[in-house]
Design a protein around this ligand. Structure first.
Ligand SMILES: NC(=O)C1=CN([C@@H]2O[C@H](COP(=O)(O)OP(=O)(O)OC[C@H]3O[C@@H](n4cnc5c(N)ncnc54)[C@H](O)[C@@H]3O)[C@@H](O)[C@H]2O)C=CC1
Ligand SMILES: C[N+](C)(C)CC(=O)CC(=O)[O-]
Length: 498
């Protein structure tokens, strides 16, 4: 199985909104996680977060993720941190509580363990007070949902060792996250300093009856919220300066900063009336959707945004999408080539499951997902014959030039899918394949795909012979398949008899 992370064991202390997200993030990166959270329903809550995270990953990526890590709930903090290489503290935002919990972690965790705090705004130097080994403590401030949003602000305190920051960044990088090191510690770091300013203004706008919560959210999500997801603030404003760029933008809008456009640091009084006003408007806005339902809607939208960014800049990827593309490349590069049990039988290449987003209005797997799974089958065959990322980076690849898909039966939500591949013929440039897809425990055949691929020179976009090594592997497999009966559906045209 793929294993990218330089750690194999993490401990999460606190399994609420953020702890649950960290747990899912680590588990889905193949890391074993031990959890301590005294909440009587911690296991149920964490289980629901993990279920949402797995659903989101099923939509986010087809890359070969490592086998899920093992999850253990522990009866004590000391038991949870035993043997951990990374301990993540995510208990409520109270300095006294964090001090107590971090001191316990410090006393019980291995001396080499990294200790990250999820705090949203407490300074790491304050958290380090009284610890015996403060050099390994740092702030690892994530964003909700931790399993989908890749950013972690890494903030060191006065006593944090530089090696701690480097190791933390390397671990985050290995699990597909983006660790951004904040140069100097301040309360709330960078993200929450910005978010607090916006949040304070938003509360004033509601209190002063300028708008309701729905209008305020519309103003964000139909406008600058879309911009921020891909270019942030400064690059967006550079463009807003027109051809003269940022200098013109500053000259034009700089003076506005002196005008009464914001309430600045005035803090709204969150009295009972305002809490009730916001609460009622928020209830109306949710229109009966539960928090878990809202989470799933949010996750699907985030997946869509990240996937769009992955295709950004002409396919190179942009921002969080480029990060995902890079992570997927590493997962693919680290994935072992499939090893067929019996080379004289059609090659068993892909095992997957029908995920919720694959279901259409007819209540079964929608048609383009068949092509996706068959495409993954072809990719698995290519890895098997040595056409891996290094080969593609060397300037050669196979392109699919024709596919004939037949739908024979339906696949339902959650059903297991398995595919096989039979090699029909091979020559120097062409590769003729026949894939079959089976569903469920009864392994009923639900689809076939016949494909023709051409070996190409990627730079020239022209067909050329495959390398000797690739052809040798292919010809070995094709010879083994030569004695198999011709598949019933091979060579059919659309509308031909079944
Ligand atoms: N909710 C958010 O949007 C974000 C929160 N954070 C930070 O993450 C931390 C946790 O916040 P949330 O997850 O939102 O809170 P939460 O209230 O959802 O979860 C806190 C969890 O800690 C557990 N807990 C309490 N005392 C404990 C102890 N002594 N040992 C172990 N577990 C204990 C609670 O049972 C609860 O499950 C805070 O520092 C917060 O600032 C960071 C980023 C975003
Ligand atoms: C509200 N908050 C301060 C806990 C928010 C964060 O810390 C980050 C986030 O996910 O918005």
């Amino acid at each position: 199985m793929t294993m990218l992370a330089p750690i194999s064991r993490a401990a999460c202390i606190g399994g609420g909104v953020i702890g649950g997200g960290w747990i899912a993030r680590f588990l889905l990166a193949g890391i074993d996680v031990s959890v301590f959270d005294p909440h009587p329903e911690a296991e149920r809550i964490v289980g629901e977060v993990i279920a949402n995270a797995e659903r989101a990953y099923g939509l986010l990526t087809q890359a070969p993720l490592p086998a899920r890590g093992q999850l253990v709930f522990c009866a004590s903090l000391a038991e949870a941190v035993k043997g951990a290489e990374w301990v993540q503290e995510s208990v409520p935002e109270r300095l006294d509580l964090k001090h107590r919990v971090l001191a316990e972690i410090d006393a019980a965790a291995p001396a080499t363990a990294l200790i990250g705090s999820s705090t949203s705004g407490l300074k790491p130097s304050d958290l380090q007070q009284g610890l015996s080994h403060p050099g390994r403590l740092f702030v690892a401030h994530p964003y909700n949902p931790v399993y989908l949003l890749p950013l972690v602000e890494i903030v060191g305190g006065a006593a944090t060792a530089p090696a701690t920051i480097e190791r933390a960044k390397a671990v985050l990088d290995a699990i597909g996250m983006k660790g951004v090191v904040i140069a100097r510690e301040i309360e709330a770091f960078v993200g929450d300093r910005l978010l607090e300013a916006l949040w304070r203004e938003a509360l004033w706008l509601i209190k002063d009856d300028i708008c309701d919560v729905e209008t305020l959210d519309d103003v964000i999500r139909y406008s600058f919220g879309l911009r921020w997801a891909q270019m942030g603030l400064f690059q967006t404003y550079r463009i807003a300066g027109g051809e003269a760029g940022m200098r013109h933008f500053l000259a034009q809008f700089g003076p506005c900063l002196q005008w009464p456009w914001t309430k600045l640091t005035d803090v709204v009084n969150l009295d009972e009336a305002l809490v009730e006003k916001i609460g009622a408007q928020s209830d109306a806005q949710a229109a009966g959707l539960s928090i878990r339902e809202l989470e799933r809607i949010r996750d699907e939208n985030l997946v869509g945004i990240v996937q769009a960014l992955k295709a950004g800049r002409g396919g190179e990827g942009w921002g969080a999408g480029a990060l995902l593309a890079d992570f997927e490349r590493r997962l693919l590069a680290g994935a072992p080539a499939p090893a067929p049990a019996d080379p004289t039988a059609p090659l068993a290449l892909v095992e997957t499951r029908v995920s919720p987003a694959w279901i259409d209005y007819n209540g079964h797997m929608t048609e383009h997902r068949y092509l996706q799974v068959f495409g993954d089958t072809t990719d698995a065959l290519l890895r098997l014959i040595g056409v891996d990322l290094a080969y593609v980076e060397g300037g050669h690849s196979y392109y699919t030039v024709e596919t004939h898909l037949r739908h024979l039966d339906e696949a339902r939500l959650g059903e297991e899918l398995r595919t096989t591949c039979q090699i029909l013929s091979v020559d120097e440039k062409r590769l003729h394949l026949f894939h079959r897809m089976f569903a469920g425990a009864d392994r009923r055949e639900i689809a076939t795909a016949e494909q023709m691929l051409l070996h190409v020179d990627v730079a020239k976009g022209r067909a050329m012979p495959a390398t000797d090594a690739v052809l040798a592997r292919l010809r070995g497999l094709a010879a083994a398949h030569a004695s198999l009966p011709a598949p019933a559906g091979a060579g059919r045209s659309v509308g031909g008899s079944r």
